[in-house]
Ligand binder design. Sequence first.
Ligand code: PHE
Length: 378
Amino acid sequence: MLEWFRVSRNNSSPYFRDGMMQDLPQLESELLGAIDGARDLAALNEVRVSALGKKGRVTALMRGLGQMDAAERAQAGPAFNALKDKIAEAVESRRAALADAELDARLAQEKIDVTLPVRPEAQGHIHPVSQVTDELIAIFADMGFSVAEGPDIEDDFHNFTALNIPPEHPARQMHDTFYLAEGPDGERKVLRTHTSPVQIRHMMNTPPPHRIIAPGRTYRSDSDITHTPMFHQVEGLVIDKTTHMGHLKGCLEEFARAFFEVDDLRMRFRPSYFPFTEPSAEMDIGCERKDGELRIGVGEDWLEILGCGMVHPKVLDHVGIDPTEYQGFAFGMGIDRIAMLKYGIPDLRAFFESDLRWLRHYGFVPLDVPTLAQGLSR
Ligand code: PHE
């Protein structure tokens, strides 16, 4: 026991103030007891503040050192410091223990019994359009494409003019366009007739090189067993300095094999025409039509699945890309159409009727997210 400690002093040190005497070991055991008794982190924090906080009891001791004479300080300093360290250590180890216990309690409480059956009312289905869109994204993401988006309501420039379809061009009639009412500036907006305007927006907003797909809704005034006024397309665009038609072919063949999940899929490219590509082509895949049924990857017949081509120099000009420096390819494909082909769905109109029986039959399990590693469709 320190001698000075038992002597009542009448100096200005807070430790000795008012002749107050404290027994250091008693203070220590009192604080350690309180630390041990703290039942949660909040209670422990209170004890810590009462000892080591600005107005804490140990802090007050330390402050008193300033008023001591050198001899006193030489004795009291190390003793107070040792007490402070000991209390801080005890607080820390109690804090760790309480935190562990709190985590254990939470883990025990948040336990989920994964063997419980799924509640029947929790079973929704993924629409084939969403499923196929996810499959497309998985395939093209693996080839280094990212996803771009554009608005459903377009202006004439993005939907037509920039794509080398000037006013009065017959291709405008081919599209059965829905026009909106005239705006204050006299301009009539359109519901985009294809996803190709997203090419334009993307090329105008970001510098080359480009490697994107753009899935989304498209609109044409048309309705029968294979046409609905609203349908879905996915656009593809690759622009850099060296991309040529061989890359277009390789990319789309790779896509078709992955999508239809047929390794030896027969494919061919037929010359075609689009105002925004030159040369242009359509891609067919091998199939068989027998007894009113269509089978992909077998037989001698052909089925068209997409349009494509090398981006026309005039399109690059419109978006401010130098066609003597940059080139590349684009393609466009009907998502609903390839969904019908892959999953044997006969009538396109049923896609958008929200008939629960149809959704249950043709829908996909929500937790089976398509990935190349795990398989696109199971
Ligand atoms: N936009 C075309 C269509 O809707 C498809 C296409 C896109 C063709 C890109 C070539 C290149 O028919």
